[in-house]
Design a protein around this ligand. Structure first.
Ligand code: 5GP
Ligand code: MN
Ligand code: MN
Length: 313
């Protein structure tokens, strides 16, 4: 922490970056850090840059409009980069081009993280947002309601609303502290989970009616082509949560959701109910994540992916 403080003190142009297809944890942790650093160091330029748009059910967070896209960055002469919730440098997508070989601080909670930073705070806990809570405290930054809501959404996102095995007594302590400063649990949870678009409900319906169960491997999977997505007038954000629904079947030990992107590449999401390590399965396709939740993007066809997953399970 001492080194991080020194590095921030010495830097005047700081870029915070999160992963592509941003979720509540990467946005929550990055936004809390942006707001905190701006409060403590008003003289410094601090940008939080993401390759992709923030999904609608996260964009209600106050301060989200301050997050920049690559084209908003006029002068990318940064002297410090802080990565949040990004298991590899490649996970930040095209934003990596703004960074080059400047000093990197890597704040993350993925077990697959190879510690690519010059300083690494990589802990196997619920979320990057839970780590960020401690970091802000250590930096003597008072957590405002806006920062608290961002961190709280990160916790809710990565713990499946405090239901996953990554929840500890410390996670609840952080949640409790955040409620104490005014975070409204019911409002955050409603805004995040209960504001789904019509298209999103339709895509979920398609997934639930067309999913396939591979009995021998206790695998439930569903593949959504780009054409099928378009036919439902849906966008990729509308497919969030499908993989979690597939694991809810009593017979499922593993679930796999495959979504074709416009480029033809396939994005895969994996979940595990008990002991099967899906981080290893995602690794076969160059991806990673956690034991119970992992992902990848590949140029292989859906048939090839399913064959490999079944073989390796
Ligand atoms: P999701 O399936 O929700 O996209 O991601 C599940 C978990 O795996 C998340 O923790 C996410 O950061 C990680 N993950 C998803 N896609 C990739 C990927 O392409 N590469 C790596 N290394 N991790 C991924
Ligand atoms: Mn994430
Ligand atoms: Mn995360």
């Amino acid at each position: 922490m001492k080194e991080i403080k020194e590095k921030i003190d010495q830097s005047n142009n700081i870029i915070i970056v999160g992963h592509v297809n941003p979720d509540g944890d990467t946005v929550g942790a990055g936004l809390a850090l942006l707001l905190g650093l701006e409060k403590k160091y008003p003289e410094k330029r601090i940008d939080f840059v993401l390759q992709d748009d923030v999904p609608k059910n996260i964009a209600f967070l106050k301060g989200c409009d301050r997050i920049k896209k690559i084209e908003d960055v006029i002068n990318p002469n940064y002297d410090l980069a802080i990565f949040v919730d990004s298991a590899t440098i490649e996970r930040v997508g095209k934003v990596a081009k703004l960074i080059g070989d400047i000093f990197k601080i890597n704040i993350d909670h993925h077990i697959s993280n190879p510690k690519y930073g010059d300083i690494n705070i990589v802990k196997d806990i619920s979320s990057t947002s839970e780590i960020m809570y401690s970091i802000l405290k250590d930096l003597d930054i008072e957590i405002t309601l806006e920062m608290g809501e961002a961190i709280y959404l990160g916790l809710v996102n990565d713990t499946g609303n405090f239901a996953h095995s990554n929840v500890t007594d410390k996670t609840f302590l952080v949640a409790s502290e955040l409620m104490r400063i005014g975070v409204n649990n019911n409002k955050i949870v409603n805004d995040f989970f209960k504001t789904k678009s019509y298209e999103r409900m339709k895509v979920l319906g398609k997934a639930l009616s067309e999913m396939v169960f591979v009995e021998e491997k206790k695998l439930m999977y569903f593949y959504l082509s780009f054409e099928a997505l378009k036919n439902l007038n849906a966008i990729k954000d509308d497919t969030e949560g499908i993989v979690e629904e597939l694991i809810n079947y009593s017979g499922s030990e593993v679930s796999l959701f495959l979504r074709e992107e416009e480029s033809g590449k396939i994005k895969g999401s994996l979940r595990s109910k008990h002991n099967i390590d899906v981080n290893k399965i995602a690794g076969i396709f160059g991806g990673g994540g956690h034991i119970k939740a992992a992902g990848f993007t590949t140029e292989l066809s859906s048939e090839e992916i399913i064959k490999k997953v079944v073989e390796n399970l």
